[in-house]
Design a protein around this ligand. Structure first.
Ligand SMILES: Nc1ncnc2c1ncn2[C@@H]1O[C@H](COP(=O)(O)OP(=O)(O)OP(=O)(O)O)[C@@H](O)[C@H]1O
Length: 276
């Protein structure tokens, strides 16, 4: 269970990154979705005990992030978005370092590392220096670590940023097989749609909507998006939503698209997501 009560983070320069965020969630994959600066990383860092909140409370599996940080650290693995492998070390060496640091014996670490590297498809390149690997392969080293850690809760901050569609799909299938709960941060709506049991839409430090993707999309059920006409402005683009039955009136004159999670941001925040 992840729970926050009036969680607020104000950075030293006065930036309000989280503004009285209150929620609780107990699903397998919880996704934090929001545009740049929405507060996703700040929330993840507080929950993974890397950053102190200014005000409010937060709990991970019942443990308080301030008073019981050590207990939380024992049951979580956190892979930040800026994580980069050490250039000279191979994927196998990364896994061994990570697992022995976690307290596993060398022989146990070797066994778990082997399994995880095979699972993510890095076994063939396990002894290559990381700086000779592609961006996707480098990212997979961290996915392998998350897999090998076998933690109760795994925080993954933008695990597929910069990956090609094939590598992204591969990582999605691995994430789905992980035993622990995953708190995922992403900009990609298709990723959120594919993986999440529950989504939190963050906007300017506040929760603007929360629920399963299906529930959130309920508001736009039986609608289509028409671009080029309407009162809603996203940048220079005008948008309106019309009943599917009326779609034929607009086809050929305007761009008609099926509803996606991006439309939720437009609906709840009155703005679209940036391309990323
Ligand atoms: N150390 C810091 N000092 C001051 N302001 C910060 C700091 N870290 C983040 N911020 C600000 O807090 C807000 C939330 O940032 P955060 O990184 O949590 O957003 P995010 O949703 O993860 O964004 P992104 O998708 O770009 O990673 C932003 O306005 C950001 O500029």
């Amino acid at each position: 269970m992840i729970e926050t009560i009036n969680l607020t983070k104000i950075y030293k320069d006065g930036t309000i990154a989280l503004d009285n965020v209150t929620f609780s969630s107990d699903v397998k994959i919880l996704t934090l979705l929001g545009r740049n600066g929405a507060g996703k990383t700040t929330l993840t860092r507080i929950l993974s005990t890397q950053l102190l909140p200014t005000k409010g409370e937060a709990y991970v599996e019942g443990y308080n992030v301030i008073k019981e940080a050590k207990k939380i650290r024992k049951i979580i693995t956190s892979i930040p978005q800026e994580a980069q492998p050490v250039g000279m070390a191979s994927p196998y060496e990364h896994l061994l370092m990570f697992l022995t640091a976690k307290g596993l014996s060398l022989s146990e670490s070797e066994r778990v590392a082997r399994e995880a590297l095979k699972e993510v498809g890095l076994w063939e390149v396990k002894d290559k220096p990381s700086d000779e690997l592609s961006g996707g392969m480098k990212r997979k080293i961290f996915v392998a670590m998350a897999l090998a850690a076998n933690s109760e809760v795994i925080f993954l901050d933008e695990p597929t940023t910069g990956l090609d569609p094939y590598s992204r799909t591969e990582i999605w299938s691995i994430l789905k097989t992980m035993k622990g709960k995953i708190i995922l941060t992403t900009h990609y709506m298709e990723e959120a749609e594919e993986l999440s049991d529950e989504v939190i839409l963050l906007h300017k430090g506040r929760i603007i909507a929360m629920g399963s993707v299906t529930t959130l999309l309920e508001k736009l059920k039986d609608k289509v998006r028409v671009e080029g006409i309407g009162d809603i402005k996203v940048g220079r683009l005008r948008i309106t939503y019309v009943d599917k039955r009326e779609a034929s009136n607009f086809v050929g004159k305007y761009v008609v698209k099926p509803i996606s999670l991006e439309d939720l941001f437009i609906l709840y925040a009155g703005e679209g997501l940036e391309e990323n």
